[in-house]
Design a protein around this ligand. Structure first.
Ligand code: FAD
Length: 521
């Protein structure tokens, strides 16, 4: 059998890609050399884009008990003075989900893997190590050693290398990465609070921007708390990760008998981006393609964006609804996005990691001024994540931004987030004052083969006698977005990026034809 794609590595990125492949009906084989998930948490924060992706897969309810909205983050400078405050946005939420969450990675990864079983077109093989890939006649031959030590070869049209930061596939191909010059040693400690313990701990996340030892405190779901400590020059990463050293570090907040250490690991936080994200039919995703310092909690989120960006494109190409050139937009869109996001994370890291007394004092003064300049003293983390600048998008206003996700009521009286009605499709959203049956008939005709859904917004609640495409918005986020971009129609891609916008029926039709031409070029 020739698979549409073989996914190498089932960390959070590969497992998400496997679910998305199932959602799109792709024949996929997902492999991991490990028999089980990695039991220790690494990522602790995820954002609304990831929650939206998980919900598209049908996972949001299953992981609800392992996920909690992020609290505010306080940055404390010298003498514990507040120098910066990052707040999360208040509802109604632009994308339908709280902008940031903390989560417990092992159970969420387990749920991701379990969900794959629901997709008949995706096969999973664990304990199966990929040894090499050969390309011939447009196909990939993937050599594997299974859990019994037997070697096989599987064939596919595409391979997704989701094999992590040390990516054996990338290493074998000797593909170079750009180094954005960040290289700092940190100790990460996860603890579980004992019954009734931790009352005295901060109720928000805190960045202690202290020159003696920068450190971070994160409030996790349930009893999970995390500390991250910068490792000072001359300290041994192994020595500082010993329980006695950890207890000494945490004693400033908690006595040792009030928690158990879940895990402690030392890391070097890097900022690296692959120069070429595709080698023949193999695409690189997640940590295999980029490493981001965790100060913005975006490493895994970036990888899940990779999967969201690529899978629908592969599906359209495999269904012959788009030319293979569509796949060239993967790196064109993702690489600059990752670079910009990583630069922001790096800037945050540099703010936190400042060790020079004079420069730290200047930083404190500058940030305090900025804090005073905003009466609420607030910035939101999500405002820092860019849209798409170029790639498979139009040039109209709003192109490359994320399609808002309002809560809507449909013709049968059900109220849900919009994606739950439309799924991961191309969507043409029309404002309540752009009603044109001829336009809709024409669009349906020219897009008959495409996975396109019409969303006609209406003022009054639709009833059973109305069209199944009629939706009444409940919270105004779509209307506000359309007002901001001065448009009456939005054409969105399955990964929720806006392809383009229009202000009239004529322009909408032209926009749809531009999309069709772009898919065919
Ligand atoms: C301390 C720390 C804190 C972090 N905090 C955050 C955060 O808050 N938010 C966030 O978004 N990100 C965070 N990150 C980053 C995040 O953890 C990673 O980006 C993410 O886990 C990478 O996922 P992945 O699927 O790309 O790779 P991995 O999780 O590394 O998975 C790779 C998989 O490939 C498999 N594999 C490798 N080679 C082969 C082979 N030859 N054959 C078969 N299988 C193979 C491995 O067994 C593994 O399962 C943090 C990272 C660290 C270290």
């Amino acid at each position: 059998m020739v698979y549409d794609l073989i996914i190498v590595g089932m960390g959070p990125v590969g497992a998400t890609a496997a679910n998305l492949a199932g959602l799109w009906g792709l024949n996929a084989l997902a492999l991991d050399k490990a028999e089980d998930i990695y039991e220790n948490p690494r990522a602790m924060g995820l954002d609304h884009e990831v929650m939206r992706s998980f919900d598209n897969i049908g996972l949001a309810d299953a992981i609800a008990s392992h996920v909690m909205p992020y609290r505010a983050s306080l940055y404390l400078g010298g003498n514990a003075r507040l120098i910066k405050r990052i707040e999360t946005a208040k509802p109604p939420y632009l994308l339908g989900w709280s902008p940031n969450y903390v989560f417990s990675q092992p159970p969420v990864e387990r749920a991701l893997r379990k969900r794959i079983d629901d997709f008949a077109t995706v096969k999973v093989e664990l304990g199966c190590e990929v040894l090499g890939i050969e390309q011939a006649h447009g196909l990939s031959k993937v050599q594997v050693r299974d859990r019994h030590g037997v070697e096989h070869t599987h064939s596919s049209h595409y391979v997704l290398a989701c094999d992590g930061g040390t990516s054996p596939i990338r290493t074998r191909l000797q593909l170079p990465m750009d180094d954005l010059a960040f290289n700092e040693p940190w100790l990460v400690v996860d603890v579980m609070l004992k019954d009734g313990a931790g009352e005295q701990l901060p109720s928000t996340n805190v960045q202690y921007c202290e020159v003696e030892r920068p450190c971070t405190f994160v409030v996790g779901p349930g009893r999970h708390r995390r500390w991250e400590f910068m490792i000072n020059p001359g300290e041994s990463p192994a020595e500082i990760a010993r329980p006695e050293s950890i207890q000494r570090l945490i004693s400033r907040w908690l006595p040792a008998d009030s928690y158990t250490i879940w895990r402690a690991s030392s890391y070097r936080f890097h900022a690296l981006i692959l120069q070429r994200w595709r080698h023949e039919q193999t695409f690189f995703l997640g940590d295999a393609a980029h490493m981001t310092p965790p100060f913005l909690a975006q490493g895994m989120c970036q990888g899940i964006r990779d999967a969201m960006n690529l899978i629908w494109k592969i599906a359209l190409v495999r269904r012959q609804l788009a030319q293979p050139a569509l796949l060239d937009s993967y790196q064109r869109e993702r690489a600059p996005h990752v670079r910009r996001t990583t630069e922001v994370a790096k800037t945050f890291g540099q703010t936190i990691c400042e060790r020079d007394v004079q420069r730290a004092a200047e930083r404190d003064a500058r940030l305090e001024q900025q804090l005073l300049a905003r009466p609420d003293g607030i910035m939101t983390r999500q405002a820092l994540i860019p849209g798409l600048d170029s790639g498979f998008i139009d040039t109209s206003p709003g192109a490359g931004e994320l399609l808002p996700q309002p809560r809507v009521r449909n013709h049968s009286g059900a109220t849900e987030l919009l994606d739950r009605f439309t799924g991961q499709s191309l969507r043409l959203v029309l404002a309540a004052d752009l009603v044109d049956p001829d336009l809709l008939e024409h669009v349906r005709g020219v897009c008959a083969q495409l996975p396109l859904r019409i969303v006609q917004l209406v003022e009054a609640a639709p009833s059973v006698s109305d069209s199944a495409d009629d939706y009444q918005e409940q919270d105004g986020v779509m209307a506000a977005w359309m007002h901001q971009y001065d448009c009456k129609a939005v054409l969105a891609r399955p990964d929720h990026y806006v392809y383009g916008t229009a202000v009239s029926s004529v322009q909408t039709l032209a926009l749809v034809h531009r999309l069709l031409a772009a898919l065919d070029s």
